[in-house]
Design a protein around this ligand. Structure first.
Ligand SMILES: [Zn+2]
Ligand SMILES: [Zn+2]
Length: 261
């Protein structure tokens, strides 16, 4: 018992209020406020609400004034022998000492319970922190691996776009070459009809297959013309372009076969 201003507390379990005015003391060394004492001890037989002792004796329960008047203090022990006075005082002090001890036990119990709760909460918090830490580590790992994957995709993307640009350049060169060859074909012969026919065949690509006897005009320039044609292509990196299946490839093959045959 933390004795606030040297005051006892009501022993009723749910009260623990500071005692003042009148208090009810019992033979089992318990004390109650006026409210709980008058309530609990009005019926018979009386039972101590703190320790369940039966209080049937005439002086087992006494309602006492905590701050007695000077007149009462002057008279209450008067006439008694010194040993009786000391005996009464010793018993009253023992009662007080028991109350102090009891309150101290209660406070220690509360403290240990709070301490245990604190430790339990600390343990839970530590476990939660550890699991959060683990989750965080796992997520960091995941982010790192995703970054790696993304970097890999970026690298592939730039490679592919570079290749695409290279193909575009090759295509443009080839297109230019094709246009100039077509132009040569058109102006290089006096036969307007043949020129027109060749132009048409070259555009469709199919006309050539149907009329294998005909040779385009530029091929009639002989070996020199063909080698120039293909050397141009190779210089421009057209070889790699022809590795893809395009109508151009078939057409070039046809041209070569026709010339060799
Ligand atoms: Zn009370
Ligand atoms: Zn009691």
């Amino acid at each position: 018992m933390t004795l606030y201003d040297d005051t006892l507390l009501c022993n009723f379990p749910k009260c623990r209020g500071k005692l003042s005015g009148f208090a009810w003391v019992t033979a089992c060394s318990h004390v109650f406020c006026d409210q709980h004492g008058s309530g609990e001890f009005s019926c018979s037989p009386a039972i101590c609400p703190a320790c369940s002792s039966a209080l049937s004796g005439k002086l087992d329960i006494v309602r006492t004034e905590l701050s007695p008047s000077e007149e009462y203090k002057a008279m209450v022990l008067s006439g008694l022998r010194p040993d009786v006075v000391l005996d009464i005082s010793a018993r009253a002090l023992a009662f007080w000492r028991y109350q102090v001890h009891q309150e101290r036990m209660y406070q220690e119990y509360s403290l240990s319970r709070a301490d245990a709760q604190l430790k339990q909460m600390d343990k839970v918090l530590t476990q939660q922190n550890q699991s959060r830490e683990l989750e965080l580590t796992a997520m960091r790992g995941e982010i790192a691996s995703l970054k790696k994957v993304m970097d890999e995709y970026k690298r592939k993307y730039s490679e592919v776009s570079e290749r695409l640009m290279e193909r575009n350049r090759q295509y443009q060169k080839l297109q230019g070459l094709y246009d100039s060859l077509r132009l040569r074909n058109m102006v290089g012969t006096g036969d307007k009809e043949t020129s027109h026919q060749e132009h048409h065949d070259f555009n469709t690509g199919m006309g050539r297959l149907r009329t294998p006897q005909r040779s385009p005009q530029f091929l009639t320039t002989g070996q020199d013309g063909v080698s120039r044609f293909f050397s141009c292509l190779e210089q421009d990196g057209a070889k790699s372009f022809f590795q893809f299946g395009t109508p151009m490839k078939d057409r070039a093959r046809t041209l070569v076969k026709k010339h060799q045959g």
